[in-house]
Design a protein around this ligand. Structure first.
Ligand code: AMP
Ligand code: ZN
Length: 480
């Protein structure tokens, strides 16, 4: 049984019902990070939203395949093929090899997202590991007459794609992005974009591959079409990203994918609005930006920032300030205290009110199913906690349900044993071996050891900077 889910579709400018186009599984592609620096907390807001979306789709009873790319080559400082190569600049700054730098920031990215209770997508695909697929894709575009070779580079000819501009509702010739900074003389139209670079000003580009057009590397946009199609097939249900991607990156993805396929590619385009600072949007190019580590160093927990994200709807921009973060921190900490109080009460009172419990769960779910209304869903959480007529055990059951979606680490608190956690020697030893495996980047072994710990009744949550949290899991926990 599935529930109806609807989200705001940038393409139709309406809230659209989502149903898997193949009748079996929702296929979702999200543009991932360019791993040349830390993800800032604005980027993380977008990934928080995408994870909420994934969990909500599954909550509604659908199967889901969630794919995300990792950009480790080809992204220039301007999305429209001008400026410097982001990876190259950063590698020079940090005196590292480009791929070494990419792996470093990819790992930090997943540490930060895990600390925010974000699940890893089902498929994480690196651009550098899909170069032959990209070359084959560009070759087909060239054969179909959508690509041209000009002064060493291969470009997509947007004049051959009449629907260009449909997502941002701009006429192709009005689109200014191609002409905004330096104009690439080799383009036939300002909105054309690079599919493959061979000659460029980046003579010292170390990542280069042989291709029919000469040794070079892919443009930024091509990777998403190629990897989305490779892992999700020819029709996608949902494609996500931040709003900055609408006018250039996603228009280009649509143009090259639909030119390649000859039919519609994506049903629903969902975009997250920006996190704003007092002086405008948070951006890496401005140099100063806040990371999750900055917040942790200032004494906040990842959950405080996660709670802050839930207080605004993904489609409205959110204003970050430390006052607002303090308010989120206070609210979160009082949520935790409430849960601890409830746990105490449950030892004397095990009654449940199934009807009330399920009506609140239904109310919470319906806000999430109807365009991810997190502020309203959060208000239901407080309504439950404040309802004197609801038995404590039912409140805890409800909180466990919401935490599966919100990922505020409350489940761990609900399941934690009351006594201070004293780890037996054999458990400490396994934890130590797991930490060593993580330091050696042996993820397989570290996952195996995590499962051994789970088997023995201990959960472990990884935090940034090689820190972690251990909690004991007791079966039938609320029954105590
Ligand atoms: P990037 O690593 O720069 O490609 O960006 C990663 C994701 O974060 C993309 O989906 C962007 O659209 C999104 N993004 C960039 N800046 C912000 C911001 N200030 N607030 C929210 N999302 C952002
Ligand atoms: Zn993309």
């Amino acid at each position: 049984m599935t529930e109806q889910i609807s989200f705001y579709n940038t393409m139709s400018r309406a809230i659209d019902k989502v149903e898997p186009v193949d009748g079996k599984e929702v296929k979702m592609y999200c543009c991932g990070p360019t791993v040349y620096n830390y993800a800032h907390i604005g980027n993380l807001r977008t990934y928080v939203f995408e994870d909420l979306l994934a969990k909500t789709i599954r909550l509604a009873g659908y199967k889901l395949k969630h794919v995300m790319n990792i950009t480790d080559v080809g992204h220039l400082t301007s999305d429209a093929d001008t400026g410097d190569d982001k990876m190259l600049l950063a590698a020079e700054r940090e005196k590292m090899q480009v791929l070494e730098l990419a792996r470093k920031y990819e790992k930090v990215f997943f540490d930060h997202t895990a600390a925010l209770g974000i699940n890893r997508p089902d498929v994480v695909a690196r651009a550098t590991e899909h170069i032959p697929d990209m070359i084959a894709f560009v070759k087909k575009l060239e054969e179909k007459g959508f690509a041209y070779f000009s002064n060493g580079n291969v470009y997509f000819d947007t004049s051959k794609f009449p629907n260009y501009g449909q997502l941002s509702k701009q006429n192709r010739t009005e689109l200014k992005h191609g002409a905004r900074v330096e104009q690439d003389e080799n383009k036939r139209n300002p909105s054309d974009f690079v599919l493959w670079f061979t000659t460029s000003k980046f003579e010292n580009q170390v990542l280069q591959w042989d291709s029919p057009w000469g040794r070079g590397y892919p443009g930024w946009h091509i990777e998403c079409s190629v990897m989305a199609m490779k892992y999700l097939g020819e029709r996608i249900d949902i494609h996500c990203g931040g709003i900055d991607h609408i006018a250039v990156h996603h228009e280009n993805e649509i143009a090259q994918s639909e030119a390649y396929l000859g039919h519609k590619w994506v049903n629903c385009w969902i975009h997250a609005a920006f996190l704003q600072m007092k002086d405008g949007k948070m951006s890496k190019s401005k140099g100063e930006f806040l990371t999750l580590d900055t917040l942790i160093a200032k004494g906040y927990k990842p959950e405080h920032y996660k709670y802050f994200c839930l207080t605004s709807h993904y489609k409205t921009s959110s204003n970050f300030s430390f006052d607002a973060l303090d308010a989120a921190k206070n609210a979160y900490e009082s949520l935790v205290s409430k849960i601890k109080e409830l746990k105490q009460s449950v030892s004397d009172n095990k009654t449940v009110d199934i009807e009330l419990e399920s009506s609140y769960i239904k109310k919470f779910n319906s806000f999430m199913f109807n365009d991810l209304k997190t502020p309203q869903a959060l208000a239901v959480v407080w309504e439950v906690l404040r309802n004197p007529a609801m038995p404590p055990k039912s409140k805890l059951n409800f909180m466990e349900h919401t935490d599966k979606i919100f990922g505020l680490s409350l489940e761990g608190i609900i399941k934690e044993r009351e006594a201070e956690l004293m780890l037996p020697d054999n458990i400490s030893k396994i934890i130590e071996q797991r930490q060593q495996a993580r330091m050696a980047k042996d993820w397989k072994k570290s996952d195996e050891l995590r499962d051994v710990l789970l088997d023995k009744g201990y959960g472990i949550k990884d935090l940034p900077n090689n820190q972690f949290q251990v909690f004991a899991i007791k079966k039938n926990l609320i029954e105590r």
